[in-house]
Design a protein around this ligand. Structure first.
Ligand code: ACO
Length: 380
């Protein structure tokens, strides 16, 4: 029996259009991805993550003066630093807490220290979004240091968001290729239309809740292995395969056992995800620089077999981790890194939702009982 007001349910809301949006366009057949009308391929070649943040928040490319002021705000110690009480709170967490859980907890706690937490005006939401974009890298890096028994590294306002994050993780200034690769990864993960985490963030925002709450919803949804968590699973697979020569036999066996192979397939793309080629190239360059391309070779072999046998293609999560690993980033930090970038998309969607809001409240196709009789507990 269906509700009189509703159409039959569509599993996973596949192809259901829930709203208009001016932020992101995906052509799943041609493998094209645009932010505010700009092809990500061009943004990767010509832009920076900071400029993409401006583009997504304000809907246009900045003038030189606007970009300078924006970069200054994103890089400022005032915006990047964490409240000391928050660092003290992190130290209380068990060291084995997964970084994605620490990020979810830390972002929620950051709202308690935010001077505009209760203000949902566009201006305050923009300010909070800027602060979150600047603070989240510090939070992720601080936890990495704390769990290793080290002192968190203070942010360096002279470094780009990408360079500063890598610096705060290791305490050493990163090389140019690592910084460039990380910047490109941030550009490529910044937004992706109504993906699961962005939808979660928009549902939260549509109740007129605040941007911190929406970002916490987004982090919770991103964490799962069918979404952002897939990048960690890809690296765990690479570690199981161990060496390029064993990759083909391993993946053929996995496919024969009907395994779901992480880093492949997509709800929207019917071809290779346009972001994968950039991450593949950069992971290979980083591997060559470090003198070890095993991970990329393993993934290439897996991709060749899976694409040929299953006709499903690499998504954004397939090659990202190989590059991060070469930069010395632990596998369980890959999904938090995704969030450092996607926070920008979540915030842009919160701004858009608040700008023309209507509560998001779909229906369920009820398939349960209609005439259940209550039996007293003594008679059950
Ligand atoms: N490995 C093996 N088979 C797959 C895969 C995969 N990665 N992806 C899809 N399939 C198969 C399914 O088994 C199914 O086959 P069937 O019809 O014979 O049962 C068919 O393709 C359709 O799969 P669904 O799961 O119904 O497709 P859906 O659109 O719901 O799923 C998803 C999309 C979740 C991304 C899926 O492709 C998947 O699980 N991929 C692996 C996880 C992953 O990489 N997630 C990251 C996606 S990108 C991102 O979120 C940032």
């Amino acid at each position: 029996m269906t509700n009189a007001t509703s159409a039959p349910a569509k599993a996973g809301l596949e192809d259901v259009v829930v709203s208009t949006s001016e932020i992101c366009f995906i052509d799943g057949h041609l493998g094209r991805l645009l932010y505010r009308g700009f092809d990500v391929d061009e943004l990767v070649a010509r832009s920076t993550f900071e400029e993409v943040v401006y583009l997504l928040f304000y809907g246009k490319l900045p003038s030189k003066k606007e970009l300078d002021a924006h970069v200054k705000a994103l890089s400022s110690t005032a915006n990047r630093k964490l409240p000391p009480k928050l660092i003290a709170m992190l130290r209380l967490l068990p060291k084995k807490t997964p970084p994605m859980e620490v990020l979810r907890t830390g972002v929620s706690a950051l709202s308690a220290f935010d001077p505009e937490a209760a203000d949902n005006s566009r201006e305050a939401t923009l300010n909070k979004s800027m602060r979150l974009t600047a603070q989240m890298p510090t939070l992720v890096a601080a936890w990495e240091r704390i769990r290793r028994g080290k002192v968190p590294v203070a942010p360096n306002p002279r470094l780009s968001l990408a360079g500063n994050f890598l610096y705060m993780m290791s305490g050493k200034k990163p090389n140019e290729l690592a910084t460039k690769t990380f910047d490109v990864a941030l550009i490529l993960h910044a937004d992706h239309e109504f993906n699961a985490s962005t939808f979660a963030a928009r549902v939260t925002a549509a109740t007129l809740s605040d941007v911190h709450s929406a970002v916490v919803s987004g982090i919770g949804a991103l964490k799962g292995p069918l979404h952002g968590g897939a990048n960690e699973q890809v690296m765990l697979m690479v570690e199981k395969i161990k060496e390029p020569a064993k990759a083909e036999a391993w993946i053929r066996k996995a496919l024969a056992e009907k395994a779901r192979v992480m880093g492949f397939g997509h709800r929207v793309y019917r071809v290779e995800d346009p972001r994968a080629k950039h991450l593949r190239r950069l992971a290979l360059e980083l591997g060559q620089q470090a003198g070890n391309t095993d991970a990329v070779q393993i993934i290439e072999t897996v991709a060749r077999v899976v694409s040929a046998e299953k006709h499903i293609f690499p998504n954004v999560d397939l090659f990202s981790g190989a590059g991060y690993k070469t930069m010395g980033i632990p596998t369980d930090q890959f999904t938090p890194i995704f969030a450092l970038s996607r926070v920008v998309g979540w915030a842009a969607h919160v701004l858009e939702q608040h700008g023309n809001n209507r509560l998001i409240r779909p229906r369920a196709e009820y398939t349960g009982a209609l005439d259940a009789k209550y039996v007293p507990i003594s008679e059950r």
